[in-house]
Design a protein. Sequence first.
Length: 253
Amino acid sequence: MNDHSKWKIKFSIIMVIAIIVIYGSNILILKDPEHVISYIWTHLGFIPVDILVVAFLLDEIISKKEKEAMMEKLDMIMSTFFSELGNDLIKQLNSVNQHKADTSYLESIKNWTDKDYENKLEEIKNINIPFKADVAPEDREEYLTNMRDLLISKREFIVGLLNNTNLLEKEEFSQLLNSILHLDEELEHRPDLSNISDVDFNHLNGDMQRIYNKLVHEWIYYLKYLNKHYPYMIALIIRTNPFDETAEVYVKE
């Protein structure tokens, strides 16, 4: 038996003795054992009630704290995702997007507040963000090869993220990862990308559009998270904004 256990036993014995002394002296001095017994009985009846209330209250508090901690970890996973793959993927998709003007508002994120992020997320929540890959037929092989190489190099990373069961709490992010893996498979099963027809390219365009739509939403959510919890980190994101072709990492002001 260790010292900590011995201390608890000694403390318990002292408390029991104190209870006997207090109630015993009450009976001996006031000569009213019925009152003491009634008092003890009444308070014993409240013990289950106290336990019930405390148990439910503590369970709710603990569950809430555990969920907050888990969501914090998932948000940090998103940070890793954009550092490893997301930002490069945005650049590749945005560089050929025929409708890139529709996301030009993302070039001015350095002036956004928490409310701006919330409003934009609500605005694009249930809409499809316009995307159509505008790549000349003679350039499609090079573009798709670069896309395939990028996704293959990050496949193990994506699969690792999907193995995190906690990601079920972030359905949109999970869908984004699955969409990326699907495009990865589509490109890998086309060994000769020089034979891509217009019809086939349109099919791949649909897969890219699905990714782009989810990617923009998750990127804005990611920036909202950084702006609120890690404002010093968002400065780098602004300087390397993948939606701003003129963005430079070097600090000039």
